[in-house]
Design a binder for this molecule. Sequence first.
Ligand SMILES: [Zn+2]
Ligand SMILES: [Zn+2]
Length: 188
Amino acid sequence: MTTAHERQQKILDSLSENEACTIHGLAELLSVSAMTIHRDLDKLEKEGVVVKVHGGAILRPDTEKNAESASSCPMCKQSIRSQLAFVLQLENGEQKQACCPHCGLMMSKMQNPALMLATDFLRGNKVNALQATYLIKPDLKTCCSPAVIAFASSEDAQRFQQGFGGEIMVFSEAKSFLSSTHAPPENM
Ligand SMILES: [Zn+2]
Ligand SMILES: [Zn+2]
């Protein structure tokens, strides 16, 4: 028997993992009735943490756990999720943050940063972007298309690739791949 508070915490956990959950799915997950989930979501919505959508709920975008400030990506203007963030430290000390390796790699072409950090998609820690392994176009929706996610270890990237597909690349390959998808040949 879980308390309402524990249940609501679990709802938030599963929303932050999956972005969106159905009432049916949550009821099954927590072995309670859909009515109970409805009530929990009503309460969470009043608190301003979730938004109810037809048949389910999503986390309110700006209250997402660990959101690193309310900043948005300089490339695509989408909000930055900590799991994907890509940091560029410029020569003049300025720091810029892109929403994901996709935009980060595109920015690195223009900014010539002194240091770049990618976020390990599985573990959430920052890794030197030059040494990270990238998975391009996995079967996964991220902020930008084609999706690009980063891993500290190539083993993790390979394991992830087995489940989600996509192509494994090192920094330079990922960067030139993105340049080729963004710049039509006639502009070269
Ligand atoms: Zn972006
Ligand atoms: Zn992005």
